[in-house]
Write a protein that binds this ligand. Structure first.
Ligand code: MN
Length: 493
């Protein structure tokens, strides 16, 4: 079943052919397209609606379809398949102007060859082995950013990969429309949270702008008692609360409401703050930020707008999978031989969307900064396979780095640690994994996601046209270092 909530994302399916075959065969091709589309749309493996747009047989028809794809507000990406042979010069005009994510399927309506009955008529009707190669040539020749997926269209494995690409395409559409609000500047002297916001808007679509803390404070002062009561009820339903902490929790509730007011007014879906630049705020936003993150609003601490934006995008890509993701920071290593792991956390700002159990609200002193003790959610992160993803500014271009990890239950309790945390093990191993991340320039801030995989992120990077470095079970330092050297030449064109 198509996810009704996500009806704003649709994918157009267009089949390539040519007039030579005559109307009988073309009608059959069209009929196959309809059957496939119905079957895709009835299958939960494919989470977003596919709209069948018929069969392209001439340069004019194909060009006009591509123009419609570009114009359509709801068409998130184009999927094509060459059922028969479709001479690819007919596709040059259309594909040259296509500006949406593009997926080329290489499949076949029949699974097996009907050995006893196969004749030339069957061969001519079902020749995607042939037609998709002609199409592959022209998309390669045009240097088109694309995804190619081969397989039998009824197979779950193929459909799962179509779904991965769809999520990447959704991320791309969302990214191109994303507004990021910065409250305060970056943490002083920190390099990795800096970056070129003009280049970011060009390459990734992000509109990153600063807003005065004064305006946030003004909203804060206008929050009414009724709104606060409602927010506190929400907290009580979601989190364990110690009544002695009520005043501090109320302050965070007011902060969350103030940020939400700004969010409604300015329409940003990601934002940053900085503990060094809180203006008249008495507490660093902790609980407020955490609760907002779990509602899909991206956040970056210390002015980190790149991680904030990436979190919002990954949240949109995985919303219907549960949105198990958070802002995170590599904090401390556990270097026990054979049992090495990383402890990830932040001063406060980890999303309860990744909590293993019902989080507790606690109030503790902040070890840096000089503001009042902020309320924050404290919990253990969930276990399971996950990724860390980060985007860094390489000067004139961006690099996405994705690391495969496995989140684990900590070896022991940490009763004195006043912050939410996750422990994880790295692929391919602790030493290689960390060295690979550091050679790649990976930030200390990243997004942890339990729903998305490296393939989602690679597809996203391909669509956006940015570099992607993946650290996984097959990574070696030799290959990685060579790749980084070669990529620098390729991407600095
Ligand atoms: Mn940090």
């Amino acid at each position: 079943m198509v996810n009704i909530m996500e009806a704003k994302y649709k994918f157009w399916f267009y089949i390539g052919s040519q007039p030579l075959y005559g109307s009988d065969i073309l009608n059959q091709v069209e009929e196959h397209g309809r059957i496939m589309t119905e079957s895709f749309n009835a299958d939960q493996t494919i989470p977003f609606q596919i709209v069948f747009k018929g069969v392209g047989t001439t340069t004019n028809k194909i060009t006009s379809l591509c123009k419609d794809v570009n114009k359509s507000k709801t068409c998130t990406g184009l999927i094509t398949w060459m059922h028969t042979f479709s001479p690819s010069k007919m596709w040059i005009r259309g594909l040259s102007i296509l500006n949406k994510p593009y997926l080329h399927l290489n499949t076949q309506f029949n699974r097996n060859i009907p050995f006893q009955t196969i004749d030339m008529n069957f061969m001519n009707t079902n020749q995607s082995a042939h037609g998709d190669r002609e199409h592959g040539f022209i998309t390669a020749r045009l240097r088109l950013k694309r995804k190619v997926i081969c397989g039998y269209w009824k197979d779950k494995s193929m459909r799962a990969r179509i779904a991965i690409w769809m999520r990447a395409a959704i991320g791309a559409q969302f990214s191109r429309d994303l507004k990021v609000a910065r409250f305060g500047d970056n943490m002083r002297y920190v390099a990795v949270t800096e970056g070129d916001k003009v280049q970011a808007e060009k390459d990734l679509g992000w509109s990153v702008n600063t807003y005065a803390l004064e305006d946030l404070l003004q909203k804060f002062n206008q929050i009414e008692r009724g709104q606060i009561e409602e927010k506190l009820e929400e907290y009580q339903s979601k989190y364990h609360i110690n009544k002695e902490d009520w005043e501090s929790i109320k302050y965070q509730a007011k902060l969350e409401l103030a940020i939400l007011e700004m969010q409604k007014e300015l329409k940003f879906l990601a934002y940053t703050d900085c503990f060094q630049d809180l203006g008249g705020l008495e507490q660093l936003p902790g609980l407020a930020v955490q609760n907002l993150m779990s509602q899909g609003i991206g956040f970056g601490a210390e002015g980190d707008w790149k991680t904030a934006a990436l979190q919002a995008i990954m949240g949109e890509m995985s919303k219907d999978l549960g949105g198990h993701l958070s802002f995170i920071e590599d904090y401390t290593y556990h270097l026990e031989e054979g049992n090495e792991a990383v402890l990830g956390a932040h001063m406060l700002e980890i999303s309860p969307a990744i909590a293993q159990n019902k989080p507790k609200i606690e109030v503790h002193q902040l070890s840096i900064g000089d503001k009042r003790n902020p309320a924050r959610l404290v919990f253990e992160g969930r276990e399971g396979p996950a990724i860390l993803a980060t985007i860094i500014d390489m000067g004139g271009r961006f690099r996405l780095i994705v690391h495969d990890i496995a989140a684990i239950s900590p070896m022991e309790d940490m009763p004195k640690l006043p912050t939410a945390r996750v422990m994880w093990k790295l692929q391919p191993d602790m030493i290689t994994g960390n060295e690979a991340w550091i050679y790649s320039g990976g930030a200390h801030h990243s997004v942890i996601s339990y729903d998305l995989t490296a393939e989602h992120m690679k597809d996203f990077a391909t669509i956006m046209g940015i570099e992607c470095i993946h650290i996984g079970k097959d990574s070696t330092l030799d290959n990685l270092q060579n790749k980084l050297l070669i990529n620098d030449i390729i991407w600095n064109r």
